[in-house]
Write a protein that binds this ligand. Structure first.
Ligand code: SF4
Length: 309
């Protein structure tokens, strides 16, 4: 089903896999491990209501070979979408990655590799349903930029799956400049769907927020973000940008991320920081790409980004 083309181990122990699919396309998965101290929570109020964050092996899987969503900060956006993975191809990434690394005690699965999972909805749903039924899988989460109709379907058709919604900005002007899909599914609609998902399934939704230096990392951004969210339904997960050559962004220092989490916490919004994994093997969040980007694709993605002043 999948041929293992390459396996690289990061200094932090994470493992990057490059798979060749039967049709010849390549995709990546990464297996990493979390421990209770993998997540940084700000002090103050957070200490009074610590989040229960799981430890163990996690497999981050791809759902598409390439991606056409065009997020400005993401390496996969530089690779045109060539193939929607089947449910079998998705599940095989989990099973093969765990087997390659002799994982004992089961894994968690997150659909946050290459591609927008909700644009390959049915195979992703079927894979998620299959994986949630396996004894060696503890938990499945689907991460999306916010394809509203698919969030609604997932709540009805796979209510045992967790949802991560990638927001990355607290207003539509900035979000549209980072995530062009925001023109179709603006923040209000995405959060309304996420809220309904949480209420229908009884599962808190994680709001992913990628901190970009000088763009969305100010105290005002934190206050604006907290004002949008329902603290009883959402938890904010702060991510740090992993370098993608040619893209015009800078990573914030870890201390800034913790500070940002503290500003959210001051507004009563639970938040934590996820330290980057697998950066040194180019398999961190937003770094996955299996082809050399063309100069024209790189020009198009970078030309179209301009931070609103
Ligand atoms: S962040 Fe996700 S949806 Fe956006 S371009 Fe990258 S892979 Fe596609």
């Amino acid at each position: 089903m999948l041929d293992l083309e390459k396996k690289t181990t990061s200094d932090d122990g994470s493992v990057r896999f490059v798979w060749r699919l039967p049709g010849g396309h390549q995709v990546e998965s990464v297996l990493f491990r979390t421990t209770a101290d993998s997540f940084i929570q700000p002090s103050a109020q957070a200490a009074e209501r610590p989040l229960s964050l799981p430890s163990g092996a996690v497999v981050c899987v791809s759902s598409q070979a390439g991606c056409n969503v065009g997020c400005r900060f993401c390496a996969t956006a530089l690779q045109p979408m060539k193939h929607n993975l089947s449910a079998e191809e998705i599940c095989a990434q989990v099973i093969r990655s765990a087997r390659e690394e002799n994982v004992r005690g089961g894994t968690r699965v997150v659909f946050a590799g290459m591609g927008e999972p909700m644009l390959n909805y049915e195979p992703v749903r079927d894979a998620a349903l299959h994986l949630t039924g396996r004894e060696d899988v503890h938990n499945v989460a689907v991460s999306t930029m916010g394809i509203v109709p698919a969030i609604q379907r997932l709540a009805a058709e796979a209510p045992a799956v967790d949802l991560y919604v990638s927001l990355h900005a607290a207003n539509d002007t900035l979000r549209t400049s980072l995530v062009p899909l925001n023109r179709k599914y603006p923040i209000g609609d995405v959060l309304e769907a996420a809220r309904a998902f949480a209420q229908e399934t009884g599962r808190r939704v994680d709001i992913s927020y990628l901190l970009l230096k000088g763009i969305n990392d100010s105290p005002q951004d934190a206050r604006e973000l907290a004002a949008l969210l329902d603290r009883n339904l959402f938890t904010v997960k702060l991510l740090l940008w992993n370098t993608v050559p040619g893209l015009p962004f800078e990573r914030v220092p870890d201390e800034r991320a913790v500070e940002f989490a503290g500003w959210l916490d001051d507004c009563g919004q639970p938040a934590y920081v996820i330290p980057s994994k697998a950066r040194d093997v180019d398999a961190g969040c937003g770094q996955m790409i299996t082809t050399q980007p063309s100069a024209s694709r790189l020009r198009r993605v970078t030309r179209e980004f301009s931070a609103p002043s």
